[in-house]
Design a protein. Structure first.
Length: 220
């Protein structure tokens, strides 16, 4: 990465880390005060709440823009990513504003079917791509495929944790069905799948990058 990209990436890292630390400092308030009351806070308290709510997504967004800026991208591509980062950071406000905050089978059902179709399409393309790459990078591509698998299964379990059979979004139903222990188990499996998915993705890209560099050296 170039120097500007490095600084922007580092700023994103610090912002994301600061958001996590702010979340730790707000644990007592988050457990005792309604979220609406916290969002109406003023002064330094409001900065803590906003930093916790938006610091992590904004930090990740700045990090990816830093990586993009340091990899010789065009202004058009940078503006495209900036728009995507802005939309993603504000998703917690924009999506409920467009689709409401009520439970709806239509929204979640449609999203679930779309995710399934996209995952199956991604797996098909991954299999096709795997046959075209050099052996030096195939291990990395395989790890990326394992990451996709983990993310897909995490999405499946997240659906079950939020709705049936755990009813995480319906606490009264959860108490009636006695599904809290099952929901906790599902959330633990989701965390494990996310950790494995990101680990496989990270290692996959690292091995792919090393393999591509080795192939370039051999070619030269």
């Amino acid at each position: 990465m170039g120097r500007k990209g490095d600084w922007l990436y580092l700023s994103g890292v610090l912002l994301a880390l600061g958001s996590v630390l702010l979340g730790n400092s707000l644990q007592s308030e988050l457990r005792t005060l309604p979220i609406e009351q916290l969002m109406l806070a003023r002064g330094p308290e409001s900065l803590r709440v906003l930093g916790f709510a938006f610091g992590f997504p904004l930090g990740i967004g700045l990090s990816i823009l830093g990586a993009l800026l340091g990899s010789e991208s065009s202004l058009r591509r940078l503006l495209l990513f900036t728009g995507m980062v802005t939309s993603a950071v504000l998703a917690a406000i924009l999506v409920p504003g467009l689709f409401g905050r009520e439970l709806g089978d239509g929204y979640f059902g449609t999203g679930g079917y779309l995710i399934m179709a996209l995952v199956l399409g991604l797996i098909w393309l991954w299999g096709r791509y795997r046959t075209t790459v050099a052996r030096a990078v195939r291990n990395g591509v395989d790890l990326q495929g394992m990451g996709y698998l983990c993310f897909a299964l995490a999405a499946w379990n997240l659906c079950g944790a939020a709705t049936m059979p755990s009813f995480g979004l319906e606490p009264e139903m959860m108490l009636t069905m006695g599904s809290q222990a099952f929901a906790i188990g599902q959330m633990k499996s989701i965390m494990a799948l996310f950790v494995l998915g990101w680990l496989c993705s990270l290692l996959g890209w690292w091995i792919t990058l090393r393999g591509a560099k080795s192939a370039q050296v051999v070619t030269e």
